[in-house]
Design a protein around this ligand. Structure first.
Ligand SMILES: Cc1cc2nc3c(=O)[nH]c(=O)nc-3n(C[C@H](O)[C@H](O)[C@H](O)COP(=O)(O)O)c2cc1C
Length: 352
């Protein structure tokens, strides 16, 4: 093991909160996952902690054929975040199944395989290749890809195109494996896209992918990224992500959400849960702190316990409840007040 090796979670017990979460027909032991593209297929994280301790490992979006990605430079730092234009660099589905998914299955980790394509047919073929694969816990469909059959229009920005992809994936995926559609925040009404995906058969929604951004290098006076535009991620996007989770949960309260966007701490994760997420992915933070997913899991469990939650399930969407009414300390002197609803028992004192 390298000098960097830290296994913080293996020795520490989690507080007595039931962290089990259901995403469609699948049950996960806890709600903290990696985010697609931020931890490859989990192998590198293994030197820092046991990846089986996570709810699941979400793999980098895989396409049918190997791809080399976009031109360099591919990353640019931004205030409280980063821009990336990696493109969907990857080994293609055959090598992925042989090396990455096989490794996750042998390790006993729950694999959430992210797939990406340029046409509905690509997605259908990818789903077929995943059928019956050991270790596959869930499929996440990255629909933030240009549709080569429709002038490069991004699937996630059009409800009809998005539902075409989801229908094809759902039809070709084992019934017991949930299919989640990963939504883009770069739309006018995210609830419309969410509803279209669910009507097409999505069991849940991953919210959100990166926001399209751009930076210009003032020395070269050229775009900072080789690919010109890139995806903005990290803490800078968290308020946008929380808003999207809130809106999707409000529109579709029964549909499970895997929330993400700038999560660095357990309290950040709690924000997503209170907005309506049943689970969260930790992405960009992992580049600076590879132990972040497991730390976030512990911090989230403590934050839930401090607020009196015995099960994470009870905290999902909790911020949507009606505001509590003011309850007077003293009985009303006139005595003609309507009885007020009792306060919820759940509250918190302070974070220590
Ligand atoms: C370097 C990098 C690569 C990414 N690659 C993918 C990808 O292949 N597929 C995908 O669906 N999302 C990809 N994402 C988006 C993340 O999964 C996540 O949705 C987004 O970054 C917001 O979360 P974060 O702020 O915690 O990173 C990538 C993000 C980054 C930073």
């Amino acid at each position: 093991m390298s000098e960097l090796t830290v296994r913080p979670a293996t020795a520490q017990a989690l507080p007595a909160v039931d962290l089990t979460t259901r995403l469609g027909d699948a049950t996960f032991p806890n709600p903290v996952f990696t985010a697609s593209g931020c931890a490859a297929a989990g192998q590198e994280l293994e030197q820092f902690f046991d990846v089986r301790l996570l709810g699941g490992v979400v793999t980098k979006s895989i396409m049918l054929a190997p791809r080399s990605g976009r031109p360099t430079p591919r990353m640019a730092e931004t205030p409280s975040g980063m821009l990336n234009s990696i493109g969907l660099q990857g080994p293609g589905i055959d090598a992925f199944l042989e090396h990455d998914l096989a490794w996750l299955a042998a390790r006993g980790a729950r694999a959430v395989v992210s797939i990406a394509g340029g046409s509905v047919e690509d997605y259908a073929k990818l789903a077929m290749r995943l059928r019956g694969q050991p270790g596959l816990a869930m499929v996440e469909v990255n629909i933030s890809c240009p549709n080569v059959e429709d002038r490069g229009q991004v699937f996630a920005c059009d409800p009809v195109a998005a539902s075409g992809v989801i229908q094809a994936v759902r039809r070709n995926t084992d019934n017991r494996v949930p299919v989640f559609a990963k939504l883009s925040p770069d739309v006018t009404d995210i609830a419309t896209i969410a509803r279209a995906c669910v009507n097409a058969g999505a069991d849940g929604l991953s919210v959100i992918n990166t926001l399209l951004g751009m930076a210009i290098d003032t020395t070269t006076m050229r775009p900072a990224l080789g690919g010109v535009t890139g995806g903005l991620s990290g803490p800078a996007i968290r308020p946008v992500a929380v808003r999207c989770v809130w809106q999707v949960h409000q529109a579709l309260p029964e549909v499970p959400i895997l929330g993400m966007g700038g999560i660095r701490t357990g309290l950040d994760a709690l924000e997503f849960v209170l907005a309506g997420a049943s689970a969260v992915s930790v992405g960009t933070t992992v580049f600076g702190d590879p132990t972040a997913p497991i730390r976030v899991l512990h911090e989230l469990a403590h934050a839930l316990a401090q607020r009196g939650f015995e099960r994470i399930e009870d905290a999902v969407g909790f911020a949507h409840r009606a505001p509590e009414l003011y309850i007077p300390e003293e009985p009303d002197p006139v005595g003609d007040d309507e009885p007020l609803p009792a306060r919820r028992s759940v509250g918190f004192e302070e974070d220590r």
